[in-house]
Design a protein around this ligand. Structure first.
Ligand SMILES: NC(=O)c1ccc[n+]([C@@H]2O[C@H](COP(=O)([O-])OP(=O)(O)OC[C@H]3O[C@@H](n4cnc5c(N)ncnc54)[C@H](OP(=O)(O)O)[C@@H]3O)[C@@H](O)[C@H]2O)c1
Length: 323
């Protein structure tokens, strides 16, 4: 097959369309012919040599895809060659073919095309795991989504609204905030011009749940933006890895600081997350409440161009890579 491989760690031009070994299905796995995959921040870090794949994972980039099953491994008896699916991957999506545990497959939701379905698995699983399963966001609560216009954020706005929350977002421009508003966001904060702590406290009395992509840079301000009993859920470190935490301020609010990470989880745990997404979130996708938001679609062979777009910023939602 062909795949995007990394010549050496570095800038987007290190991504090359080359020959690569065909994947073989292990026990409980299927092989997909990839229709589309999508770019995630982790791909950029992996390309730079800052985020090695977990042991046993493909060296090829790509944490999600959609496609058609072309081969079944031993022990897979509930799938058929020819089934169209999308999948949460531990790697390997930037390729013509990928092997994936059957437990990590999701059906292509009714009303979403095969190609567009590639934009769903990583955001859907991250957001559902973090906001619904771990933070237990309840109707009537306030959810603050940092980076509301990004791939994860645009999904989180929709999920937060579907769960009955008031959704506040941060974004870097008025135009991006308007896009968030059209998706359902209730409270809009321009992080370049406004103090999100002051805005959230003044307008809501504090966020019950914060979905945070910034890590260290926002740690103390996030605690300040929480309501009593609030849950700060850290999923990224775009603002650095090492921060300062005032335990007194944390305890005064009886607040929780937690983190989630999808990729290093076992196949069994990913399977449980995927099953929960299928049961709870997929019906919302099928009835149109939650949509894949796709800002750009780029041919897979031009993955370097897609990485440049992600690093430049400004894409609303996901960047798709089409086969
Ligand atoms: N833990 C996990 O399992 C997991 C899984 C997937 C993703 N993630 C993480 O989730 C984050 C988002 O990923 P993505 O794929 O959605 O990336 P993305 O589409 O590139 O979105 C990045 C977002 O960061 C926002 N941002 C930049 N500077 C900011 C600031 N100072 N304050 C608030 N927001 C800021 C951007 O907002 P503007 O464009 O408006 O400036 C943009 O919306 C990344 O950190 C990624 O590593 C974690």
């Amino acid at each position: 097959m062909h795949a995007i491989t990394i010549r050496e760690y570095g800038d987007p031009e290190v991504l090359e369309w080359t020959d690569a070994p065909d994947p073989r299905p292990g026990y409980g796995e299927v092989v997909l012919r990839v229709a589309a995959t999508a770019v995630n921040r982790a791909d950029v870090l992996q390309r730079q040599g800052l985020y090695p794949p977990p042991p046993g994972a493909s060296e090829i980039l790509g944490l999600e895809c959609s496609g058609t099953i072309v081969e079944l491994g031993e022990g897979v008896d509930d799938r058929r060659v020819g089934d169209e699916v999308c999948a949460l991957l531990t790697g390997g999506g930037y390729a013509e073919r990928v092997a994936v545990p059957a437990a990590q497959l999701l059906p292509v939701p009714a009303g979403v095309g095969l190609v567009a379905a590639a934009a769903l698995p990583e955001a859907a699983c991250t957001v559902w795991l973090t906001v619904a399963m771990e933070a237990d966001l309840r109707a009537g609560e306030v959810l603050l989504v940092h980076g509301g216009a990004g791939g994860i954020g645009s999904n989180a706005i929709q999920v937060g609204k579907a769960l009955g929350a008031t959704v506040a977002v941060t974004a870097g421009s008025a135009e991006r905030l308007e896009q968030c508003r059209r998706l359902g966001a209730d409270i809009l904060v321009n992080y370049r011009e406004q103090d999100f702590v002051a805005e959230i406290q003044a307008r809501t009395g504090g966020a019950n749940v914060i979905l945070d992509n910034m890590g260290a840079a926002y740690l103390e301000r996030n605690i300040d933006a929480l309501a009593t009993g609030g849950r700060l859920m850290i999923i990224g470190f775009q603002g650095g890895l090492t921060g300062r935490l005032d335990i007194g301020r944390l305890m005064a609010k009886r607040a929780t600081v937690a983190s989630t990470a999808l990729r290093p989880q076992s196949v069994a745990d990913k399977g449980r997350i995927v099953a929960a997404v299928r049961e709870n979130l997929w019906p919302l996708v099928e009835n149109g409440t939650v949509r894949p938001i796709i800002g750009h679609a780029v041919p897979l062979r031009e993955a370097g161009e897609a990485h440049r777009l992600m690093e430049k910023g400004g894409t609303f939602g996901k960047i798709l890579l089409t086969a």
